[in-house]
Design a protein around this ligand. Sequence first.
Ligand code: GLN
Length: 533
Amino acid sequence: MALRKYIFVTGGVTSSLGKGIISSSLAKLLQARGYSVTIQKLDPYINVDPGTLNPYEHGECYVTEDGAETDLDLGHYERFTNIPTTQNNNVTTGRIYQSVINKERKGDYLGKTVQVIPHITDEIKRRIKILGTKGNFDFIITEIGGTVGDIESLPYIEAIRQLRWEMGPLNSLVIHLTLVPYLAASAELKTKPTQHSVKMLLENGIQPNILVLRTEHPLNSDIRKKVALFCNVEYNSVIESIDVSTIYEVPLLMQKEGLDGTVLRKLNLPEGEKPEMKPWKQFVGKVKNPKKSVRIALVGKYVELPDSYKSIMESFVHAGAVNDCKVILQSIQSEKINEGNIGSIFTGMQGILVAPGFGDRGIEGKILSARYARENNIPFFGICLGLQCAIIEFARNVIGLTDAHSTEMDLKTPHPVIDLMEEQKGVTIKGGTMRLGIYPCNIMPGSRCSKIYNQPEVLERHRHRYEFNSNYLDMYEEKGMMAAGINPDTELVEIMEIPDHKWFIGVQFHPEYRSTVLSPHPLFIDFVRAALA
Ligand code: GLN
C-alpha cells in the first residue's frame, strides 16, 4: 500500500528559480530511498495545454507517452526519475476551467452559481488527488507554476490550503523556493525578499514547512537563523541551493543539505540510511570532467531561446557522458544559412542536427544543412522536421525532383514528398490534434539503426501532422536512401538513413523525449560517437 504523501512546491520572489529541478531532485532522492514518486506541474495560464504556445513564449513543448503536450518541466521529471509521466502530470488553468464549464453545460451544477471557490478550487484539488488515487505512489510532488503573489496563482494556493487542512499535517507539506540576492556594492546577501514572499503565503493561509533558498554565495548560519526566525521555520528546514554548473548536481547538493531527510522527518517517516547515489555521482563526474569534446551544430529557427530545444540539449548531456566527452552545441539560426556562407558556418562542426519545427521560416537553411552534411560526409541527425528536410533535399538534389517540397510549406508542389497524414486531412482544430504520443516502429534488419537499437521493435514519441509520402519510396531506395523504420500498423516510414554515409539518419519521431540520465537514448549516443570518430 502506497503512502500517498503530498508535497507542494511553490516559488517566490522571481520566476525561473528552478522549481522543476528542485522537485525532480527531491523525487530522485526519495526514489533512491526506495519510495515511489511522481511529480505534477500546475500551470496558471489559460491555454488548455502548451501545445499551442510558441517555443519563444514558453520553451519546448514536451510530449508524454500517452500523447499529452506538456510543460518542459515534465522532461526534467522524466530525465531525473526515469519514470514516464502522463496527461495527469500537467494541468493548466485552461484545462481546469474547461472541465468546470463542460460540467456546467451538462447540468452537473444545476441551480448553483458556479464560482472560483468552491468549483474551480475543487477541480484543482481533484486533479491533484487523481495522481494519488490512480497511481501507486508514496509521494506526489505538485509544483505550482508562477510566483506567489501572482493573481493567477491564487486559486492554486487556496486549493493547497484546503487540501492541507483536509489531509492533516502528517500527510502533506509545503516547500517554498525563493531567492536570496547578493548585493555586490555592500557585499551582502539579502533575506528580505524571502521574508516578504513567505508573508504573502501566510496571508493566504499557508505556512511553508521548508524553505529552499537559491543563492550565488554560500549562506552562513547567521543568515539561515535569520530566515528561520522571521519565516517561522525550523533552522534545519532552511536549505541552501547554490548555483552549480550542471542541473544534475542539484540532487547531490540537496542530499548534502538534508532536504530528503527533512521531508521524511516532517512527515514522521523513518529517515533510515542515506541513499546510495553512486550511479548518479558517476554520471555527474563524467559530465563535469569530460576527457574530450565534440562540436555539433544545432540548426533550428528557435535557437535564440535555449529552452526551445531543452530535451535535445539534455539528450546530448546524457550521450556525452556515455562517450566521456562534452558535446559543444553550436546553435545556428537556419534563416541565416545560405549557399554562400554555409561552408564557413559549418567549419569545425563534427556533426549536424536539424531540429524539429513548424512552418516555412528558415526552411531553406535547414534543407541546405542536410545537403551539406550529405555531400561532405558529416554525421547528420534529422529530427521530425529535420528528417523531412533531409527527404526534400534528397528529392531535389539526388533524385532530380527539383520542385519537391512538403505540402506544409508549398501546397502546390508537383512533388509532395512530405504530405499531410491521411488521419490529419479533415482536422481543422489546432489544439491537441497532431499525431501525438507513443507509436511502435519496426526496425529494418541490416540497417544502421538495427545495430544502434539492437532490438526489432521500438516505441518512440511523436508530434507532427506531416509524413514521408511512401509513393516516392522506390525512388529513394534506388538512389541510396533507405527506410530503416516502419510503423507496423500504418506502414508510415518513421526512419530514413543513407547507408553509404558516415552517419546519416532522420527520424519522424522525437527520440529526445525518451533520453534520461539512467537510460540515455541510443541514437544520441551513437550520433555523438560517430561525430567523435
Ligand atoms: N511541422 C512538421 C509536421 O507537422 C514537423 C513537426 C515537428 O518537427 N515536430 O509534420
